[in-house]
Design a protein around this ligand. Structure first.
Ligand code: 2AM
Length: 176
């Protein structure tokens, strides 16, 4: 069988925002909340591709490189828990149009290339905890991280020695 890699398109967070989020997380949630996502793994997924071949990766990279879109400002000011997927997340209360357009374009390209896309609408989020088996008290609004998004990237999810690491393979700038 041809070798495959587990890939997804996502937005990287600025390093200082990653650090601020994990500091905030440590003060807001008890230790037993769930499995915390490592600072360097915090990201916002645009389109999940699944396990795909090198040929499909190349085709999707080519299509991604043809996207012409301006950058946008992202404000992270909302949080919640999804009980079905057992995660606690943060995200934008109002997703900017640029974010929705970018994700929809990548998801449509992925679907046309045969990568299953969930029928659920895109709900932009950054997963903070996984395996949250109990109801978690979500901190009241009052946090807010804002940054300019000027690029998006293709990531590989690598599982090694019991740990998942997201490795950036390629990135594309959003024109200003
Ligand atoms: P999540 O954070 O909500 O779990 C890499 O796994 C990234 O792709 C994660 O951000 C994950 O979102 C997202 N993703 C979306 N659909 C997925 C799926 N069916 N399986 C695994 N990850 C998925």
């Amino acid at each position: 069988m041809a070798e495959t890699r587990r890939l997804f398109f996502a937005l990287q967070l600025p390093k200082e925002v990653q650090q601020q989020i994990i500091q905030w997380r440590a003060t807001q949630f008890p230790e037993e909340t769930g499995r915390p996502v490592a600072a360097e793994n915090l990201h916002l997924t645009l389109a999940f591709l699944g396990d795909i071949s090198a040929e499909k990766q190349q085709a999707l990279s080519l299509l991604a490189g043809r996207i012409r879109q301006r950058g946008f400002t992202l404000t992270i000011d909302d949080a919640g828990q999804w009980v079905r997927s057992n995660v606690v997340w943060i995200g934008p209360r109002h997703a900017p149009l640029g974010l929705i357009q970018l994700a929809n374009m990548l998801r449509a390209q992925a679907a046309r290339s045969g990568c299953y896309q969930s029928p659920q609408p895109f709900h932009p989020h950054i997963t903070l905890y996984r395996n949250t088996t109990r109801a978690v008290a979500i901190p009241p609004p009052g946090f807010r991280w804002q940054f300019k998004v000027e690029a998006f990237a293709l990531y590989e999810s690598v599982f090694k020695q019991g740990r998942t690491r997201y490795q950036q393979l390629q990135s594309w700038s959003l024109s200003n």
